[in-house]
Design a protein around this ligand. Structure first.
Ligand SMILES: [Cu+2]
Length: 801
């Protein structure tokens, strides 16, 4: 009896083991997280500001999974606003992707949404809010997915989530960008001026740029208060000498690219965007917004070695000190020389009617498939060893087989050097820094100040905020000390090529923008004016992206990995986000095998919010009715309001503007009282329609007054046109048969001090003119002294609001 019971027990146990085994294979482990999103006061810079946290912190917690798990994530919205979370780079069903109005309805105030999806991959990823500007306010965190079969493990494994921080309300940030303010450039020391250019001997470049009607170039748009690693300006990670440390680097910034470097020797890149690549060694490389890299480093000896992420625009950095003891800082990255303009200019560029004709490739050449390098970047004399991502790609040839010119994998001394071993002494780890002035890092700036972006705003010295104020300057992307992403070297560990016989559907996308009005386009249209990009399941889709702007755009495709065509043929790396460098062409291709609607956009938050986005739609995919009902919300075009008033001793003038992407409601006034009998006033109300960066048309009314009386009202119709040298012109005809022509120009003598002048010819009143000097004191006001042909000399304040 006892024996039988025992046998039964054993049988029962083995049955249970068998069952459990089958059960585990059929049913994945469910890994659950609760994430609570809330608004609160939070202190990052030393003063408290209103932020958005996940589970009380910035960043949110690291979500850890193993490939094959089932993720179940409950997102509780404790805010009065809508929210969302998107799992960046994670392959999920379309309704779990977390883009409001594209994949699901936003998570309403006070509600919980549960995401559930199988984990189909491994690697380093991240998550963030896809609602409005919430990402800038702190709604982001990291994701680490272990592979099902573990390979050799490093001794230590750390997430380093990089981000950018401003205490300013992000809505005020975007309004500041929309109004075309110079203030952020002044705050971070990237202002450009005639005297600054002269100091560097680059007046030729300065006026060449003006002649081409380009605005002063900048690498980044916003002046940040801090750059953060895991939410802190400075991070300490423990490590012992000669241990192998895996750093999972995530660029979770809203707009900041970073140069990465390690004081203890080269970094070995082993994965990009979560996908393993053949290991490569880099001393310094650029990570784009929303990209991730896994790197291996070793601390060579006892001491704390700095892993430093320097903002691409040079305005600050964040550090992770690895190890403990004596500090070994990483070398400073030379500042970018923004005066350098690329390529030669032609008369055609100067007198072209559309921006496309003056920047990058003209439309007809792109249509003819004749894009890329010639005439765009003058690199004939440049050392190409480090020009990854800028290789000539002759795409007019048989498309899948791209011809690569100018590619040279020879390591050069410096950032591209692959010949050193991890653990080399740090003296060898210095960069050639042939700057415009002098090389080396001879300017010892205290660490705590050089980390902070806004250090120039309180500096009123003559050229304080000018690019030329930096002692150590090199041209971005053209010098090994300021490399671009290491794309040309990224090689997948397994072939990624598609079957050669598979039809490839090519889609051309131009990346365009207007820095002054801060509107950003794909194929010359913002999201609000766009149709979806239609693709078919089973096709290979090839995006040919032509960047016609002077900025980098990190383009992100949701729901897919794409091959980055980088010269590695069948071993092209798989990525979810790719940097499209200024004035260059980048080609990606992907297998259309994730049926659904997916967002595709620039991951610079304010570019995405200003129109640089599309929906990629699989033909035949039908939206859930509740989602179809709210989809139009995606295409809403926001309005922004700003104005300026000059209050002077002899007169007052100013304007109010209410603007969306293409429409501007404009009110202008000018009232003068000096040197005349009584008071003269004029008010102009127009509705402007923006056609392109050069050309805007308008219709409205011109109201003229004498004393308190309204003297005359005329209808006006005309246009604004930007002339070479960035001369602003306006011409109108009025309903009394009159014609008016205006010209205006501002010369930036220093970043703060401008000489401005304007002339007006009107067939009713003949000539009028004014000239003066303005000095920017603060974001919201300048000092002005000016002469007006009717009202004489005067002085006072210019107030921006
Ligand atoms: Cu962009």
């Amino acid at each position: 009896m006892i024996l039988r019971l025992k046998t039964m027990a054993v049988a029962g146990l083995s049955f249970f083991v068998l069952f459990a085994h089958m059960h585990m294979q059929a049913q994945a482990t469910t890994v659950e997280y609760d994430l609570t999103i809330a608004q609160q006061e939070f202190n990052i810079t030393g003063k408290s500001s209103r932020v958005i946290t996940i589970n009380g912190g910035i960043p949110g917690p690291t979500l850890r999974f193993t490939e094959g798990d089932l993720a179940r994530i409950h997102v509780h919205n404790k805010m009065s606003l809508e929210t969302s979370l998107h799992w960046h780079g994670v392959l999920v069903p379309p309704d779990m992707d977390g883009v409001p109005d594209v994949s699901f309805p936003p998570i309403k105030s006070g509600t919980t949404f549960t995401y559930e999806f199988p984990i189909r991959q491994s690697g380093t990823y991240w998550y963030h809010s896809h609602t409005g500007l919430q990402e800038q306010s702190g709604v982001y965190g990291s994701i680490v997915i272990e592979p099902r079969q573990n390979g050799p493990k490093p001794d230590r494994d750390y997430v380093v989530l990089l981000s950018d921080w401003t205490d300013e309300d992000p809505h005020e940030v975007i309004r500041t960008l929309k109004r075309g303010s110079e203030w952020y450039a002044i705050q971070k020391g990237s202002g450009q001026s005639i005297l600054g250019a002269a100091r560097l001997g680059m007046l030729g470049d300065y006026f060449k740029r003006e002649l081409q009607r380009m605005s002063a170039m900048d690498i980044a748009d916003i002046a940040y208060d801090r750059f953060l690693a895991n939410g802190k300006p400075e991070l300490a990670l423990s490590a012992e000498p000669n241990e192998t440390i895996r750093l999972r680097i995530i660029d979770g910034s809203s707009t900041t690219y970073f140069h990465l470097e390690f004081a203890g020797g080269p970094m070995t890149i082993v994965a990009a965007d979560g996908q393993n690549v053949e290991p490569i060694k880099e001393n310094r490389f650029l990570v784009g917004v929303a990209e991730t890299y896994d790197i291996l480093v070793q601390v060579p000896a006892f001491g704390a070695y700095e892993f430093r992420a320097t903002a691409h625009d040079g305005s600050g950095y964040t550090s992770a000190w690895i190890g403990s003891g004596k500090r070994h800082p990483a070398p400073d990255v030379p500042k970018p020389n923004l005066y350098h303009i690329m390529g030669d200019i032609s008369l055609k560029q100067i007198f072209s009617l559309t921006p496309a004709g003056s920047m990058g490739m003209p439309d007809h050449e792109i249509k003819a498939g004749k894009f890329d390098q010639p005439g765009m970047m003058d690199m004939g004399s440049m050392d190409m060893g480090n020009m990854q991502g800028m290789e000539s790609m002759n795409n007019s040839a048989d498309p899948p087989k791209m011809e690569m010119h100018g590619m040279d994998h020879t390591p050069t001394a410096g950032a591209g050097d692959t010949s050193h071993d991890v653990g080399m002494p740090m003296q060898q780890h210095s960069f050639p820094t042939e700057g415009v002035h002098h090389g080396g890092h001879s300017m010892p700036i205290p660490l705590h100040t050089s980390r902070i972006g806004k250090k120039y705003s309180a500096d009123f010295r003559f050229l304080a905020a000018d690019v030329s104020a930096s002692e150590n300057l090199t041209v971005d992307g053209m010098d090994p000390s300021r490399p671009w992403p290491p794309y040309a070297k990224l090689r997948a560990t397994k072939p990624t090529a598609f079957p050669k016989d598979k039809h490839a559907h090519e889609i051309r996308l131009t990346l365009d923008g207007d820095m002054e009005r801060y509107v950003w386009f794909l194929n010359n249209k913002p999201l609000s004016e766009s149709d979806s990009i239609h693709i078919r399941k089973g096709e290979v889709i090839r995006f040919i992206m032509v960047n016609r702007t002077m900025m980098h755009h990190p383009m992100h495709l949701h729901g897919h990995f794409f091959r980055l065509i980088n010269g590695q043929d069948d071993y092209a790396p798989l990525k979810h986000t790719v940097d499209v460098a200024p004035m260059s062409t980048t080609v990606i291709e992907f297998d259309a095998n994730e049926f659904g609607d997916w967002f595709f956009h620039c991951h610079l938050l304010y570019h995405m919010m200003s129109g640089m986005a599309r929906v990629v739609h699989y033909e035949g995919f039908i939206l859930a009715p509740q989602l179809a009902a709210i989809r139009p919300n995606l295409y809403k075009d926001s309005w922004y309001f700003w104005g300026q008033a000059e209050v002077l001793s002899n007169m007052t003038n100013g304007f109010l503007m209410l603007s969306n992407t293409r429409n501007i409601l404009n009110a202008e006034w000018e009232v003068g009282w000096q040197d005349i009998d009584g008071t003269e006033s004029e008010a102009i109300f127009t509705w402007d329609r923006y056609i392109n960066r050069f050309f805007t048309i308008f219709a409205g009314a011109d109201l003229l007054g004498e004393e308190d009386e309204l003297d005359k009202t005329r209808g006006v119709f005309g246009f604004y046109y930007l002339l070479p040298l960035n001369l602003e012109s306006r011409a109108w005809i009025d309903t009394d048969g009159g014609v008016r022509f205006n010209l205006g120009k501002s010369f930036e003598l220093t970043p703060r001090l401008a000489l401005f002048g304007g002339a007006q010819y009107d067939t009713h009143d003949m000539w009028e003119g004014r000239a003066g000097l303005s000095y920017i004191v603060h974001k919201y006001f300048s000092l002005v002294a000016q002469w007006h042909s009717d009202y004489g000399f005067g002085g006072g304040l210019r107030i921006r609001f």
